[in-house]
Design a protein around this ligand. Structure first.
Ligand code: FBP
Length: 262
């Protein structure tokens, strides 16, 4: 494993990835509530907040916008991803090589694995190639570990999330990004199953400040190391405000009440 506590992906051993690959994964509908969120510049600005360790984007956004922010933002290049237009069994295309991610300045890479999909075998082989190449550059690897597919009825059950985090350890990811299993106990299991792989929570769709922060607090209390979040930051009128609160909960161990104090 890579000693990722020395990498820009972490701050004090914790992780706060700002995710902005939704234009590919979900399409323009994610930007309708806050139309200005369609402009990547707004999220690059948010990523300069000291709470954010890295910004996760696809290759095209990185090529077009990262050069203007390379001094202030740490880049996590998401290597694969698929649009919502794809209606088949969960699968994802590899859109960027590790070599190219390194060339354009990424200091870590991200890769989705849909365990349980009919395409799991191909995706795991693609992950193996990316993970081994990333090791040659000392780039930490974050696995978006999302079990889903025709056989899976509920992709947030505790035993499914624990399996997701275990897959990340078994296949050599440094960080496992998993969905919230609905309880602190479920998250504890996921952390235990991940061993030395750090577990972070996937933000999910937009919720109230309190509801969202309560789940982040539960993740931290369960031994998780942070989160990768998109919509719960940039679908807000004021991304900085929620990042201030996240900074308190993740790095200072603050309660949700304290984090919400203005
Ligand atoms: P959110 O915090 O908005 O959920 O973003 C995290 C993320 O993993 C993104 O990187 C990705 O685009 C999205 O969620 C995928 O969500 P799903 O596949 O569950 O629709």
């Amino acid at each position: 494993m890579i000693p990722i506590n020395d990498s820009p992906l972490t701050r004090d051993g914790k992780v706060l990835v700002l995710a902005y690959d939704h234009g590919l994964e979900h399409g323009p509908s994610d930007f309708t509530g806050i139309p200005e969120s369609a402009d990547p510049t707004r999220t690059f600005e948010a990523a300069t907040h000291p709470a954010v360790t890295s910004l996760a984007v696809q290759k095209g956004i990185a090529e077009a916008y990262y050069p203007s922010y390379s001094d202030d933002v740490d880049l996590l290049l998401k290597l694969n991803g698929t649009s919502n237009l794809w209606m088949g069994e969960p699968d994802t295309a590899v859109n960027c090589s590790v070599d190219y991610a390194h060339e354009i300045g990424a200091s870590s890479v991200g890769f989705t694995l849909y365990g349980g999909s009919n395409y799991e075998i191909e995706m795991a082989e693609e992950f193996r190639r990316a993970q081994e190449r990333a090791r040659e550059y000392d780039l930490p690897v974050v696995m978006w570990s999302y079990p889903r597919g025709q056989g899976l009825k509920n992709d947030t059950k505790s035993n499914v999330i624990a399996y997701a985090s275990r897959l990340a350890l078994e296949l050599g990811a440094d960080v496992a990004k998993v969905k919230y299993p609905g309880s602190k106990e479920g998250m504890k299991d996921a952390v235990r199953m991940a061993g030395k792989t750090k577990v972070i929570m996937s933000g999910g769709s937009k919720r109230s400040d309190r509801d969202f922060l309560e789940s982040v607090k539960a993740v931290m209390d369960a031994g998780g190391k942070g989160l990768a979040v998109g919509r719960n930051v940039w679908q807000r009128e004021n991304p900085e405000q929620i990042l201030d609160a996240l900074e308190k909960v993740i790095y200072e161990g603050a309660s949700v009440d304290t984090a919400l104090e203005k």
